[in-house]
Write a protein that binds this ligand. Structure first.
Ligand code: SF4
Length: 450
């Protein structure tokens, strides 16, 4: 029987668990799709993922590539070892060795879509084992996802369910429930409650998106400071709803402008997000990694000071100053589309459970949510940088979409973002309304006054 999960659409699939004799029977498991109204997607063969991502291979996929004997045709090895894993090989410009001159995959062209590695087939979706099934989320570093182009998300359920059948390697023996706050384990029902309350509030269009986001961010801060130990189960839901209403009432006035230290912390976080994991980095030896680390430390110091030229971020074409970046005004055109993009991004991360627990460095739910709200300020800074790079007078939709893609690609993938130091930064900023101040000052929300 297919389980019914409120607010989500299960897809029936059969997972054969073969790594344990006791698991040799088959299980019907659902895939939970994130509820993101107006989200569409279809692959438009831009080749972006083939140029920017590192494709990990399962052992059987590696063997299949061997049987297909690609080395002679490609002129290079089809895959390489990176640490303990095998990954698809890349050209020096970052493009996958299987990407042809028409942005098509050679494996797909010769053997069909089903012959491609799972990492390539499933992108831009991502699935993770959760209580009773697989939780799907969506990645915004695919331009078609950011622009919401293609078929409605619902049309991909069956296809994703088919792909998930091959994931028996990851079938969970038991669910790992995240903490609500550090040291305070959450019940699945409490996680579902907070996800439901926040997604409903974000989608309530009776007031501005700015107001909704500030209310959600402030409610998260209030929950962090509440005595949650004695308020569990149904009472936790009542408290969360109450604090959201309190934060709503406080959400009208704009927060105070961020203080210099808060701005410096944001710039450091921007730098931490902008790092890009390339195959070269994975393959680099220890000495190369130390050199890279030294360059990063120097650049991180520059970001903290925030004066003079911005150290060039990946993809930069020209030098710009910090002053020039921070002076770029808010978006003046396509405001509704930009708000829609930001809302879809937030819903995907929250309802896709990719901002806490197993979806985000094992972080507690409330800490992960704080990081998500703050990521809007990071997106705003990166969108300004992109506009300054293009010598535009204001942020355009494409600047914001590129920034959302950069932040979403970094989230849960870059080790630096999951450190104790990052949690300490969030704890500091959560005090004195720092996260709300940075969102108000930097998030690319057209409805905010300049
Ligand atoms: S980035 Fe998205 S649209 Fe572009 S090739 Fe990859 S899946 Fe297709």
């Amino acid at each position: 029987m297919t389980p019914v999960v409120r607010n989500r659409r299960p897809v029936a699939l059969v997972i054969a668990r073969s790594n344990n004799s006791a698991m040799s029977e088959t299980h019907a498991l659902p895939v939970f799709m994130p509820a993101i109204p107006r989200q569409r997607w279809a692959c438009h063969s831009c080749g972006n993922c083939c140029r920017t991502l590192v494709g990990h291979l399962f052992e059987e996929e590696r063997r299949r590539l061997d049987e297909q004997a690609w080395s002679a045709e490609l002129g290079v090895e089809p895959y390489v070892r990176a640490g303990r894993q095998w990954v698809l090989n890349k050209h020096p410009d970052g493009a996958c060795v299987f990407l042809d001159e028409n942005n098509r995959c050679r494996i797909h062209a010769r053997y069909g879509e089903a012959a491609k590695p799972l990492a390539c087939r499933i992108f831009p979706f991502h699935v993770r084992p959760v209580h009773g099934g697989w939780q799907a989320s969506l990645r915004f570093d695919c331009p078609s996802v950011a622009a919401s182009q293609g078929e409605p998300l619902a049309q991909h359920h069956a296809w994703l369910g088919e792909l998930a059948r091959t994931l028996d390697h990851f079938a969970p023996a038991a669910e790992v429930t995240p903490d609500l706050r550090r040291g305070l384990a959450a019940a699945p029902r409490e996680v579902a409650t907070i996800v439901r309350l926040l997604t409903r509030r974000l989608e309530d269009r009776r007031d501005s998106l700015r107001h909704r986001i500030l209310a959600a961010a402030r409610a998260t801060d209030l929950l962090q400071g509440a005595q949650l130990e004695n308020v569990r189960g149904r009472r936790f839901g009542e408290l969360a709803a109450l604090l959201l209403r309190v934060a709503d009432d406080d959400g009208s006035p704009l927060p105070a402008p961020p203080r210099p230290r808060q701005r410096a912390m944001l710039r450091q976080l921007v730098f931490a997000h902008a790092e890009h994991v390339s195959l070269d980095m994975l393959l680099a030896g220890r000495i190369a990694n130390w050199r890279q680390r030294w360059r990063q430390l120097r650049a991180a110091r520059c970001f903290r000071r925030g004066k003079g030229l911005v150290p060039r971020l990946p993809g930069a074409r020209r030098d710009v100053t910090f002053q020039r970046v921070e002076a770029v005004p808010r978006p003046k055109e396509r405001g509704r589309e930009i708000e829609d993009l930001l809302l879809r991004y937030l819903l995907a991360r929250i309802d896709g459970h990719s901002c806490f627990g197993d979806g985000y460095y094992g972080w507690p739910v409330l800490t992960g949510l704080s990081a998500l709200w703050l990521s809007l300020a990071v997106i705003g800074w990166l969108a300004r940088y992109s506009a300054a790079q293009a010598e535009r007078g204001h942020m355009a939709f494409d600047d914001v979409a590129a920034a959302v893609g950069t932040v979403d690609r970094a989230a849960s993938r870059l080790p630096a973002l999951g450190t104790v130091a990052e949690r300490a930064r969030l704890a500091y900023l959560s005090r004195e309304d720092g996260i709300a101040s940075l969102i108000a000052a930097y998030a690319p929300l057209p409805s905010l006054p300049a």
